[in-house]
Design a protein around this ligand. Structure first.
Ligand code: NAD
Ligand code: TYD
Length: 342
């Protein structure tokens, strides 16, 4: 029997990559893609599946039960076993510092509404896509494991931790068949250029300065988006109900080191680096121990940073129209507010 997968947030960065991957490696699967098309959602990201009869887009908001119901009706109409992969979220830390309420609304309330509907419709499995940021910040050593206590520091990560706890409660209280994934920072095609990597690629390409927060020695564990998507699929197909899985590629880089890699790839000077005011409450270091998903589900990343960074840079170079359209409009207003003062 075929599977029908209700994907939320599939017009965003990781969700669109996941939908493209399904079309490629699970072509028999039906996909219903529920997305509110916020500033981060872009229908252009779905062009590769626009003519695919197995992909249906539903414009709707996870905080509105009637929109969620519409998506479930669409999914049920496609038959087969029903699965949910939940990406939809407000996802940018800096925006959450400016205003936390939309994060609570979508990430916390929206997730509960989706859980309630998923339970009513008897889904086979629900994968909640979360983040390593729920664990808080590390010092110079150590890695996040699934046993690390949740200690979120930003309104973004606090709202994601809240949604993780609601998923946990649904499993515990109702025997709801959910798994949680917690991945480190992603990079790759279709990432909205408010996030650091596409922002620096876009700025450096245009010869503009690259804003580096604080001393630039903040460490992130970078994973190519396709590897993240494959990990989510492994959890969807093989994950133990009630379990959380960390996802990461042992690729820790200080922000300054990352910038230097990108500048070298693009043949741009280091003089573009501009130190700006630090992010309030900035988490110093994230690093993932992904032993559990490697051992139990047989997942491991297929792309090295040395391969995937040039791939990513090439993608943005060959999609300059996409980048230009995204960089106009709402993005510009936000950009001025965020960087205008520095
Ligand atoms: P994104 O901001 O690029 O995309 C989010 C998508 O969700 C957009 O298409 C947006 O329109 C949609 N959306 C927002 N609010 C909605 C609502 N109320 N109803 C329906 N749709 C709504 O985010 P992303 O980077 O692709 O992240 C996807 C998920 O992965 C998020 O849950 C995020 O917390 C998690 N995550 C991201 C990273 C990363 O590095 N980007 C790492 C780990 C986990
Ligand atoms: P970001 O891409 O926002 O992801 P997250 O905060 O969720 O890890 O930022 C990645 C790192 O880059 C983080 O340490 C903050 C830093 N950063 C900058 O130095 N300058 C910038 O303009 C941005 C957006 C981020």
């Amino acid at each position: 029997m075929h599977h029908t997968i209700l994907v939320t947030g599939g017009a965003g960065f990781i969700g669109s990559n996941f939908v493209h991957m399904l079309a490629e490696i699970r072509p028999e699967a039906r996909v219903v893609n529920l997305d509110a098309l916020t500033y981060a959602g872009n229908l252009e990201n779905l062009e590769p599946v626009a003519k695919n009869a197995r992909h249906r887009f539903v414009h709707g908001d996870i905080t509105k039960p009637e929109d969620v119901e519409k998506a479930f009706q669409e999914a049920k109409g496609l038959g087969g076993q029903l699965f949910v992969v939940h990406f939809a979220a407000e996802s940018h830390v800096d925006r959450s510092i400016v205003s936390g309420t939309p994060f609570v609304t979508t990430n916390v309330v929206g997730t509960q509404i989706l859980l309630d509907a998923s339970r009513r419709h008897g889904v086979e499995k629900f994968v909640h896509v979360s983040t390593d940021e729920v664990y808080g910040s590390l010092g110079d050593t150590g890695l996040f494991t699934e046993e690390t206590p949740l200690a979120p520091n930003s309104p973004y990560s606090a709202s994601k931790a809240g949604s993780d706890l609601l998923v946990r409660a649904a499993v515990h209280t109702h025997g709801f068949p959910a798994c949680i994934t917690r991945c480190s920072n992603n990079y790759g095609p279709y990432q909205f250029p408010e996030k650091f990597l596409p922002l620096m690629i876009a700025n450096a390409t245009e010869g503009k300065s690259i804003p580096v927060y604080g001393d630039g020695m903040y460490v992130r564990d970078w994973l190519y988006v396709r590897d993240h998507c494959e990990a989510i699929l492994a959890v969807l197909e093989k994950g133990q109900v009630g379990e959380a899985y960390n996802i990461g590629g042992n690729n820790e880089l200080a922000n300054l080191v990352l910038v230097r890699h990108v500048l070298r790839e693009l043949g741009k000077p280091e003089s573009l680096i501009t130190y700006v005011k630090d992010r309030p409450g900035h988490d110093r270091r994230y690093a993932i121990d992904a032993t559990k998903i490697r051992r139990e589900l047989g997942w491991s990343p297929r792309f090295t940073f040395a391969e995937a960074l040039p791939l990513t840079i090439r993608w943005y170079a060959t999609h300059s129209g996409w980048l230009q359209r995204v960089r106009s409009g709402a993005y510009r207003e936000y950009y001025a507010r965020q960087y205008g003062a520095s």
